[in-house]
Structures are given as structure tokens and as C-alpha cells.
Design a binder for this molecule. Structure first.
Ligand code: HEC
Ligand code: HEC
Length: 245
């Protein structure tokens, strides 16, 4: 690419000394329209940062905590910047093509934004997938540690679901993989944070059963039935365990 006159003039003077924020103009827009006003570009950037829960230095060269005038926003040396360009193209396609051409689209139209998927994280994991992945690669105890760290930082926000369902889902996947002890380790989280959740007690009962602890299984299944009297699965299992059927 041929350097613009402005860039050429800048390069003749002492680099950082002339840097300012916000800049007078942009030099290297490849996806956003080149004539986008600087203020609008920066607003878009704030949307990126909030959407991904990161700061400018995730995608631009610069030191955390230093003034933005010391950043090099023109450079493409940060890999995340190129990824963000691809993402921007994708979002433009989704809104401009796929959603725009959706038959009988609802009103008001819902537009996809970075935050729609990212919900304040750079790689938009769902809690259940993250737990299953950590349990798989580093063990259930590590998954519990990670859960507590995330809860400390994100509880009350919209980034992760701290309800009972993701832990159940990760525990069931450990159970299916033949790791009932891991499932129990994970389910202890729900016993602590969601003691009144019937489905959690139900799955705990199944996990106890899988490790051969019938007494603990019965306790949990009775608890599940107490919390959810219309749970036929818990009822059947209990009857079988107590030798009534
Ligand atoms: C998720 C990645 C990401 C984050 C975070 C981000 N940016 Fe950007 N930024 C980009 C991308 C991608 C472009 C280029 C867009 C294009 O090619 O159309 C860009 C371009 C810019 C430009 C224009 C540079 C030029 O002259 O071409 C400025 C200024 C800028 N960003 C400032 C910021 C500021 C300030 C922040 C923090 C509030 C920020 N950016 C956070 C990805 C990011
Ligand atoms: C349809 C869902 C979706 C939307 C909308 C979306 N992203 Fe992403 N983005 C993803 C997924 C999924 C990943 C993780 C890919 C991977 O690494 O496995 C990702 C990864 C990224 C990464 C790389 C993160 C890293 O550190 O490795 C950046 C940067 C990024 N997205 C920026 C953006 C920006 C900026 C927008 C809005 C313009 C956006 N994304 C919109 C789904 C989305």
C-alpha cells in the first residue's frame, strides 16, 4: 500500500512526539468505510472493547495504563486486530445479507453486534462447554477452581450463566464419559450455590449410584423428589433402590 501524504509527513518528524489522541484522521481502515469520522470509529472501538471485555491493547500496540496517544492504532501487528476485521466482515454479512433477507422478519428488527455472541469475553465460551473442557483437560477440581474464579469476577453480569443448568450439563457429560467421581465434584458446586435445585439432586443421585453408594443415592433422590414431586424418573429409581419394584 502507498503511504498517504499525511503518513509521509509524519514519518519525517520525530515519531511519538507528534502522536495525539484522538488522531485527526484514520490511515488504515479496511472494513469500516474509509471516510468514517474519527469520533465514530472510536465509538465503534469502545463497542468492541465492551463487547469482548478487553481493552484497546488487546488489538492495538500499546502499554496498559499508558496514555492512548502513545498507542499505535494504525499498525496491524496485533493478531487480534486481523481477527476483529474478519469478525466485522462476518457481522456485516449477518446483518446486511442473512438477516436482511430473512423471510417475514419480526419487528423491530434485531441486529447482531459483537456483544451478542461475546457477552464480555474475548473467546465466547458457554459455561457448560468451558467446565466440560477444563474438567476434561485438567480435571474436575481444576474446573471447580475455574468456576469459583469466574463467579468471583462475573457473577451478576451477563457473561456466564451461574444458574444450575451449566454445572448439570457438564456433570452429565462426565457421567456419560464414565467419570462419576468427576461429576460429583462438579455437582458439589450446585449443592453449595443452588441447594434447592431438584434436577441437581437428581443427577447427584445418579452419580452416587454410578460409584456404588446406594445410601447417598437414596438421600439425593428423596431430596430430588421432595423438590420436584412430579419427577417420575426419581420416583422409579427410588422404588427400585428401596427394593419396592
Ligand atoms: C477487538 C479488537 C479491537 C479493540 C479492542 C479495539 N480496536 Fe481499534 N481497531 C480494530 C480494528 C479491526 C481496526 C481497523 C478497522 C478497519 O480496518 O476497518 C481498528 C482501528 C482503530 C483506529 C483507526 C486506526 C487507523 O488510523 O486506521 C483507531 C483510532 C482505534 N482502532 C482506536 C481504538 C481504541 C481507542 C480502542 C480502545 C477503546 C480500540 N481501538 C479497541 C480493532 C480493535
Ligand atoms: C456470531 C457470533 C460472533 C459475533 C457476532 C462476533 N464474534 Fe468474535 N468470535 C466468535 C467466536 C465463536 C470466537 C472464538 C473463535 C475461536 O477462537 O475459537 C470469536 C473470536 C473473536 C476474536 C479473537 C479473540 C482472541 O483473543 O482469540 C476477536 C478479536 C473477535 N472475535 C472480535 C469480534 C468483534 C470485534 C466482533 C464484532 C464486530 C465480533 N467478534 C463478533 C463469535 C462471534
Amino acid at each position: 500500500m502507498r503511504p498517504s501524504l499525511a503518513l509521509f509527513a509524519l514519518s519525517l518528524t520525530a515519531g511519538p512526539a507528534v502522536a495525539q489522541f484522538p488522531p485527526d484522521s484514520t490511515e488504515n481502515l479496511q472494513v469500516l468505510p474509509k471516510d468514517t469520522p474519527v469520533r465514530e470509529v472510536i465509538n465503534t472501538m469502545r463497542g468492541f472493547a465492551i463487547g469482548l471485555g478487553v481493552r484497546c491493547e488487546h488489538c492495538h500496540i500499546g502499554e496498559a495504563g499508558e496514555p492512548l496517544s502513545t498507542f499505535d492504532f494504525v499498525s496491524d501487528d496485533m493478531p487480534a486486530k486481523d481477527k476483529a476485521r474478519e469478525m466485522l466482515r462476518m457481522v456485516q454479512q449477518i446483518n446486511g445479507k442473512w438477516l436482511a433477507e430473512l423471510p417475514k422478519r419480526g419487528t423491530p428488527a434485531v441486529e447482531v453486534q459483537c456483544v451478542t455472541c461475546h457477552r464480555g469475553q474475548a473467546r465466547p465460551f458457554m459455561m457448560e462447554d468451558l467446565l466440560a473442557h477444563v474438567a476434561d483437560s485438567a480435571g474436575a477440581d481444576a474446573a471447580v477452581v475455574r468456576y469459583r474464579e469466574l463467579r468471583e469476577r462475573f457473577y451478576g453480569g451477563f457473561t456466564y450463566d451461574f444458574g444450575p443448568a451449566p454445572v448439570i450439563s457438564a456433570a452429565v457429560s462426565r457421567l456419560r464419559a464414565g467419570s462419576a467421581p468427576d461429576a460429583l465434584t462438579l455437582l458439589a458446586l450446585n449443592a453449595e450455590y443452588h441447594p434447592g435445585d431438584g434436577p441437581s439432586a437428581m443427577v447427584r443421585g445418579q452419580a452416587h449410584l454410578a460409584v456404588g453408594d446406594t445410601t447417598a443415592a437414596i438421600t439425593q433422590l428423596e431430596r430430588a423428589l421432595e423438590l420436584q414431586p412430579d419427577n417420575p424418573q426419581a420416583r422409579r429409581l427410588l422404588i427400585r433402590l428401596k427394593g419396592g419394584g
